[in-house]
Design a binder for this molecule. Structure first.
Ligand SMILES: Cc1ncc(COP(=O)(O)O)c(C=O)c1O
Length: 362
């Protein structure tokens, strides 16, 4: 019987068997969470109100995303047909790759960058062409341009980038889009609110530009899984064909309009983060720790050979930070999310004490 079960065990596609696994370091996150670039406080109280008012009856219905897509489109200044809401930007990346990448195609991506591009690429029959940034981790514009080939099908650019916090300029993005007319240029603006620079206004103007945004970061709604993709109607038609019609649930849809409306809350949170970021940068500089300039709600720091011990000791001190040592060109580097000013004062103390303990142990 056991043999029979073994013989019948279905085998996944070869690409899936070879897929890289992604294991986020979740579990035991009961601390100051500076490891996922989330909002470290809460979502808007207006969102909480709406969440509390949802009736049990409302949950019996399948979610309807179109009316909310129209609201989001108006907010972004694009047409409703140019926007698709998704189950986080992760789903947006997944469906875009699924819709456009086939055997022989190349996904061009500056690295280090957001891990999920390679995870979703690895489920397709296309291949990744990573373009390594120099040691300053600035956007590798010239190298990226040089790596474009007729097979380049998607160019994925997180802007600002993670884990570096660096940014590609509007002119650079436009030049890339012009240089690869056969490819989609995906500009992932997950951290847009912390830098204010966007190419959303070019959606539909630049024929191969697609922009992603998330509600997981500044809006504080990572648990609801809410993101969006905006692009020319002709491209979005194919995305919609692959997208599950109900992947954005009705709680998320109900929360989106109040999240967009409460600009005072968003401004408050972003203001906190930006003030905390410059204080934290000053604290790092005072300690002589190498850091990379960041336009997002996190900072990459160079801890060196003791990176793993540093992360462990910070956790013991009640602060979770993210070891990025395995990212290309990031050996010994740790990414720290920026929270509120008060939280970051606490994090700076933990940082200083942890570094002092590590240096004493050397
Ligand atoms: C660049 C980038 N894009 C997308 C995401 C994921 O966004 P979401 O939570 O909407 O799936 C992240 C999350 O860390 C990110 O860093």
């Amino acid at each position: 019987m056991a043999d029979a079960v073994k013989t019948l065990s279905p085998t996944p596609r070869a690409r899936v068997q070879a897929m890289m696994e992604y294991h986020p370091p979740l579990g035991c996150r009961d601390a100051l969470r500076l490891d996922f670039n989330e909002n470290t406080v809460a979502c808007s109280p207006k969102v909480r109100e709406v969440l509390g008012s949802i009736s049990a009856g409302a949950l019996t219905r399948y979610p309807e995303r179109e009316p909310v897509e129209a609201i989001v489109a108006a907010h972004l200044g694009v047409e409703a047909a140019q926007v698709a809401l998704t189950n986080g930007v992760d789903e947006a990346i997944h469906v875009l790759f699924e819709a456009f990448l086939e055997e022989g195609d190349e996904l061009l991506l500056p690295v280090p960058t957001y891990t999920m591009y390679e995870v979703y690429l690895s489920a397709t029959d296309a291949r990744a062409v990573p373009v390594l940034a120099a040691d300053d981790l600035q956007f590798p514009f010239e190298r990226l341009l040089a790596a474009i080939t007729p097979r380049t099908k998607i160019i994925a650019i997180a802007n600002p980038n993670s884990p570096s916090g660096s940014i590609a300029t509007r002119e650079q993005l436009l030049e890339i889009a012009r240089s690869a007319p056969q490819a989609i240029v995906l500009v992932d603006e997950a951290y847009f609110h912390f830098c204010g620079e966007t190419v959303m206004d070019l959606v539909g103007v630049v024929p191969n530009l697609v922009v992603a945004r998330t509600f997981s970061k500044a809006y504080g709604l990572a648990g609801l899984r809410l993101g969006l993709l905006a692009g020319p109607v002709e491209l979005m038609r194919w995305v919609r064909r692959v997208l599950s019609p109900y992947s954005v649930n009705s709680l998320a849809l109900a929360c989106l309009p109040p999240a967009l409306e409460d600009t005072a809350y968003l401004d408050w949170y972003v203001g906190e983060v930006l003030a905390a970021r410059s204080d934290f940068e000053a604290a790092l500089d005072a300690l002589g720790v190498r850091r990379w300039p960041s336009r997002a709600n996190f900072i990459l720091v160079d801890i060196g050979a003791q990176h793993a011990e540093f992360v462990r000791r910070m956790q013991a001190a009640g602060v979770l930070v993210r070891d990025r040592s395995k990212d290309p060109g990031c050996d010994g580097r740790v990414r720290i999310t920026i929270g509120t000013q008060e939280q970051m004062r606490h994090a700076a103390v933990a940082f200083r004490e942890t570094m002092a303990a590590l240096r004493a142990a050397e």
